[in-house]
Design a protein around this ligand. Structure first.
Ligand SMILES: Cc1cc2nc3c(=O)[nH]c(=O)nc-3n(C[C@H](O)[C@H](O)[C@H](O)COP(=O)(O)OP(=O)(O)OC[C@H]3O[C@@H](n4cnc5c(N)ncnc54)[C@H](O)[C@@H]3O)c2cc1C
Length: 270
């Protein structure tokens, strides 16, 4: 459980981080909170030659209202999301979900951007961002582009962020007045979801139900055509492809999906 040797360099700004990525090519890996990358390095599933530490780039740590959206710097830590009064009133789902991630030590270091780019289908924050219908700002050698959350999660641990790019900002619609809910099922406290469901503004997103976090499309279509919460929840596992593991089989997960979506829809519409 000891990582292979690597060089370490600390980036002082977003521009500096991009220059370091360009300089070191596919040898380099960005280090934010390190809570996903370092375990991979210890297992030798990731063997970067150079770690570019972006954790100290304060220009990418903020939460502010911009028009009808809230803009969040990618290096904002989970603990800051959880405690932000602005988020609690403007995007309460995200503040609530941030408080569900791991334990206080994890939340003190883990960043929103790191969780999104890591792209684990079993993660809490990506599920919330997908349900919120946010967009993600990516900076790279070719300039800056904005990607809808629905296009960001592209496959198993694969997102729209290229190896020479930096996720800089997450933009979320202000949903403070709308009903929302997050239902997360775990066997132990402080753990990743076996399945979770986030609901807000007619969108329903699921964790651990396929290779990426995904929308419960059949439920959303049923709701849009006037179905009851119970009927919409009954089709929540359509289009999902959960895997079996030591926490449960495929049918168990499908059952959980329908149950959690039903609970979340009832809470969000109460
Ligand atoms: C004990 C423990 C319990 C946990 N429990 C949970 C849980 O219950 N729920 C949950 O969802 N997660 C959980 N996690 C994961 C945790 O949330 C991670 O911190 C998070 O997934 C990754 O964020 P990070 O900032 O640590 O990213 P890092 O590990 O630093 O980076 C992850 C990946 O993203 C890349 N990256 C990071 N930031 C950027 C950026 N701005 N632009 C481009 N690329 C970037 C890195 O190069 C790396 O590939 C847990 C982790 C631990 C160790």
């Amino acid at each position: 459980m000891i990582p292979a040797g690597f060089d370490y360099v600390r980036a002082e700004s977003a521009e500096h981080a991009l220059a370091l990525l360009a300089e070191h090519g596919d040898e380099a890996k960005l280090l934010a909170g390190g809570h996903s990358l370092l375990p991979l390095m210890k297992l030798r599933l990731a063997v970067p030659g150079v770690l570019v530490d972006i954790a100290h780039i304060d220009e990418l740590r903020y939460i502010r209202v911009e028009g009808d959206e809230v803009a969040i710097g990618a290096l904002t830590r989970d603990r800051e999301l959880e405690r932000s009064e602005l988020l609690q009133s403007e995007v309460p789902l995200l503040a609530h979900v941030a408080a569900q991630v791991g334990d206080p030590q994890v939340r003190a270091r883990g960043t929103l951007g790191g969780s999104l780019v890591h792209g684990d289908s079993a993660s809490d924050l990506p599920t919330a961002v997908l349900a919120l219908g946010g967009s993600l700002v990516i900076q790279g050698p070719a300039g800056t582009r904005t990607v809808a959350a629905g296009d960001f999660f592209q496959g198993f641990f694969t997102t729209a962020v290229g190896e020479d790019e930096l996720l800089t900002e997450i933009r979320l619609p202000r949903t403070g007045g709308l009903g929302w809910a997050y239902e997360k099922f775990t066997r132990r406290a402080n753990d990743w979801p076996i399945v979770s469901a986030a609901v807000v503004d007619g969108r329903v997103a699921l964790a651990n139900s396929g290779p990426t976090v995904l929308r419960a499309a059949a439920t959303e279509a049923a709701l849009a055509s006037g179905a009851s919460n119970a009927d919409a929840a009954a089709v929540a596992d359509e289009g999902t492809s959960p895997s079996a593991d030591m926490h449960g089989g495929v049918e168990y997960r499908r059952h959980l999906t329908r149950t959690l979506v039903g609970r979340a829809l009832d809470t969000a519409s109460a």
